[in-house]
Ligand binder design. Structure first.
Ligand code: NAD
Length: 332
């Protein structure tokens, strides 16, 4: 049995994590949940949105799954996600983007994986004001961080029978920082000649992904580009309600949907829980509970192929509960 830290989050977080939990339990997964709350609501009680006991719970259990949490924009506390990724050294953000057969979206044959560096770049949070005149953010790129993320991308490609790794960068302009990323990627590629390698400037990557997403396989990139391009890719296959994610480090892993807390639709029982459910599928595979993971994958595939019970974001009318019940009925 695996004990997993479950962080429900806020906004639509509690709705999608509750749906995920029901589906995982229906698939017979051997999991005991340890619920730990994080988010703005914890500020009054603990003086921080990410209390130490939440981090301790993940350190003890090694695996967590979380719902999205709201981050104040332009003010207030630092993103809990960034804090978690940095404090647990979750250096990989893995986001598989795959079309569901039958689901009407921009493209029907996308199957690519974004491997996003998760600890540095402009997200390192090193910024300061220059009086009232301006502000400065430091884009931190280090060789060890570049090396381990690109090595992860090649290992992932080999283990998952993928053919090509593409490094995405802006080394033509940021010759030192992105140049270091690109040169390190080239060095790692030299040691992995059995996997094809190429590179792409990030703006060209944005255009090419919209025009010919089927050309891409594993794409590895610094933090900011990964954040933006993975949302772009989610739009190719049905939107943010679909795409799962995993934050992986040497010792710990935290699984979560790519989407945020979607405050506009929270509390209405209309959020699409697929992304969170797919994140649980990734988690079950990580835990070695492959059979349960496949049961859920097959059930989701059937629901989308049938195309009758769909949430509003995919053009349907089903509530979160109705969609979840449908997935569970396909598992049983
Ligand atoms: P968002 O992902 O919450 O929403 C973007 C759009 O997608 C909205 O139209 C929303 O309604 C829709 N959407 C997202 N998830 C959906 C789902 N499951 N089903 C149906 N529709 C869905 O992005 P945002 O509005 O930029 O951010 C809202 C808050 O979430 C912010 O505070 C942001 O910081 C936070 N956020 C958290 C995480 C995380 O915890 N991992 C990730 C991204 C954003």
């Amino acid at each position: 049995m695996s004990i997993v830290t479950l962080i429900p989050g806020d906004g639509i977080g509690p709705e999608v994590t509750s749906a995920m939990r029901k589906v995982v339990e229906a698939a017979g997964a051997d999991i005991q949940w340890e619920v730990a709350e994080a988010g703005a609501a914890q500020m009054d009680k603990y003086g921080t949105p990410l209390p130490q006991h939440v981090i301790d719970s993940i350190k003890k259990n090694k695996v967590a799954i979380k719902g999205p949490v709201t981050t104040p924009v332009g003010k207030g506390f630092r993103s809990i996600n960034v804090q978690l990724r940095q404090s647990l050294d979750l250096y990989v953000n893995l986001r598989p983007v795959k079309s569901f057969k039958g689901l009407k979206s921009r493209y029907e044959d996308v199957d690519l994986v974004i491997v996003r560096e998760n600890t540095e770049d402009l997200y390192a949070g090193i910024e300061h004001k220059i009086g009232d005149y301006g502000a400065e953010s430091i884009k931190l790129i280090t060789k060890p961080a570049c090396k381990r993320i690109v090595e992860f991308a090649f290992d992932y490609a080999k283990k998952n029978n993928r053919k090509k790794v593409t490094a995405v960068h802006k080394a033509n302009i940021m010759k030192l920082s992105d140049g270091l990323f690109l040169n390190t990627a080239r060095e790692v590629a030299e040691e992995n000649k059995n996997v094809e390698f190429d590179d792409l400037i990030v703006d060209a990557a944005a255009m090419n992904l919209v025009l010919n997403p089927e050309k891409y396989d594993v794409m590895v990139m610094p933090n900011l580009y990964g954040d933006i391009l993975s949302d772009l890719c989610s739009g190719l296959v049905g939107g943010l309600g679909i795409i799962p994610g995993a934050n992986i480090g040497k010792d710990y892993a935290v699984f979560e949907a790519v989407h945020g807390s979607a405050p506009q639709i929270s509390g209405q029982n209309i959020a699409n829980p697929t992304a969170e459910i797919q994140s649980a599928v990734m988690m079950l595979k990580y835990l070695g509970q492959t059979e349960c993971a496949e049961k859920i994958e097959n059930a989701l595939a059937k629901v989308f192929e049938e195309g009758i019970v769909l949430t509003q974001d995919l053009g349907g009318t089903a509530t979160t509960t109705e969609f979840t019940d449908k997935v569970i009925s396909e598992i049983k």
